[in-house]
Design a protein around this ligand. Structure first.
Ligand SMILES: [Fe+2]
Length: 146
């Protein structure tokens, strides 16, 4: 099983709300790593992936709300489109993981977890940091969300 993600301040976007949510996502994913291997219990796997999915959706909504508030789509259309596509791909991946668990299918857990970890860290470090920079700049150059 992969090692848990260790939070690192280089993952900070500088947007408090987003950074708090990213920490929760990292913790939830870490919980998955800690509990899934001994979770012969499908109920537990079901609960953790449900938490992961609902928090993921909540978090994406928050980011997308900020995108709207600061005109990200107008200012950086390509980045915004890529960003949204990444969000969609991730939630679909988590949903299909849940389907597999619900159907009682055998999973290569370490592969799934590795994918989720790589996605989360890669997304935060590239896509979200760039977006955070945009929001911070917008906040310093204007009175606030439009
Ligand atoms: Fe994002």
């Amino acid at each position: 099983m992969p090692k848990p993600i260790r939070w690192n301040d280089s993952m900070l976007t500088g947007i408090d709300e987003i950074d708090r949510q990213h920490r929760v996502l990292v913790n939830t994913l870490n919980e998955l790593i800690t509990h899934l291997p001994d979770a012969a219990s499908e109920e537990l796997a079901e609960r953790i992936t449900r938490d992961l999915l609902s928090y993921t959706l909540y978090h994406f909504d928050a980011e997308q709300g900020l995108m709207q508030a600061y005109g990200y789509v107008d200012a950086c259309g390509d980045d915004a489109a890529r960003h949204l596509a990444q969000h969609r791909a991730f939630s679909e991946r988590v949903e299909s993981l849940r389907d597999q668990i619900n159907r009682g299918e055998a999973l290569d857990l370490s592969k799934v977890v590795k994918f989720l970890q790589n996605w989360l860290v890669g997304h935060i470090m590239n896509t979200d940091l760039r977006f955070g920079e945009f929001v911070r700049r917008a906040r310093t150059t204007s009175a606030g969300p439009t």
